[in-house]
Design a protein around this ligand. Structure first.
Ligand SMILES: CC(C)(COP(=O)(O)OP(=O)(O)OC[C@H]1O[C@@H](n2cnc3c(N)ncnc32)[C@H](O)[C@@H]1OP(=O)(O)O)[C@@H](O)C(=O)NCCC(=O)NCCS
Length: 233
């Protein structure tokens, strides 16, 4: 089992030991119950991880399968795969980018670490755990020499304003501090930047199926120079 971080987070009273490591087959049952805690209805329950999907994450790209533990119990998780992303044709759905959450489309030689999901148990939110999971993925992006980390963000409170403003305006309002969104505000605070609003990104009543593609650029990324005379192109 590969441990990636052992550190402390402050719970408002005392420091609690936090471990971030790759998840394995023995974690599957707990990861499924964590999903139920983190994505209650109206989020479509058929989109929660199944045993087969989690097993496929572990088999296909174990380095992209992260979980966070406090007192030996899994209280957060995050999953990613590598894809080839072309900024000139950015539109896609969550299902296309992740092969319906199975990540069987993982491309080891792609240019982008793509986030499939992130969640932290409601009992452990706002302690910085989501941000540490995100940081661990940023480190993986650097380690793999990828151009960027990318993923689609739910805009969970947009349904309350959809009768008066567009999804693009909603994102602008959150950025200008006129509104707060539980996921978009979190991702902005993690250093992710919105690049595009995509309609029909994911079945999600609260977001009216919109997703905001949000990027983090690897500051260490250097395009590998191609030697056109080399036989090894
Ligand atoms: C989104 C989620 C992963 C955040 O996890 P978390 O561990 O509570 O987040 P953190 O404590 O690391 O917060 C990091 C920053 O985001 C901010 N933040 C977290 N939740 C926030 C919220 N609901 N509203 C506004 N800001 C928020 C924190 O204040 C913190 O800001 P700071 O670094 O400037 O102090 C968690 O709320 C969750 O699991 N939500 C349900 C699942 C979900 O919708 N996942 C997203 C799928 S796209």
């Amino acid at each position: 089992m590969i441990i990636l971080k052992q550190m402390y987070v402050h719970d408002g009273r005392k420091f609690e030991a936090l471990t971030i490591r790759n998840y394995t087959e023995t974690d599957i049952e707990r990861l499924i119950s964590l999903q139920e805690e983190c994505f209650p209805p109206p989020f479509p329950q058929e989109l929660l991880w199944s045993e087969d999907q989690l097993a496929s994450h572990i088999k296909t790209f174990p380095e992209g399968a992260l979980c966070a533990l406090i007192n030996g119990r899994i209280i957060g998780s995050m999953t990613a795969l590598i894809v080839q992303f072309e900024p000139d044709s950015p539109d896609h759905t969550w299902a296309q980018a992740t092969d319906n959450g199975s990540i069987k489309n993982h491309e080891p030689h792609g240019n982008t670490l793509y986030v499939v999901d992130i969640s932290v148990s409601p009992h452990y939110r706002k302690l910085g755990i989501g941000k540490w999971l995100m940081n661990t993925m940023y480190e993986l992006t650097v380690d793999k020499r990828l151009e960027r980390l990318l993923g689609g963000c739910r805009i969970r409170l947009y349904h309350k304003y959809a009768h008066e403003i567009s999804a693009v305006q909603y994102v602008e309002d959150v950025m200008e501090g006129r509104k707060n969104d539980p996921v978009l505000s979190f991702l902005l605070r993690c250093g992710r930047s919105p690049i595009r609003v995509v309609s029909n990104y994911l079945e999600d009543k609260e977001s009216l199926n919109y997703g905001v593609l949000m990027e983090w650029k690897n500051p260490f990324y250097k395009k590998r120079a191609v030697d056109h005379n080399s036989p090894f192109k």
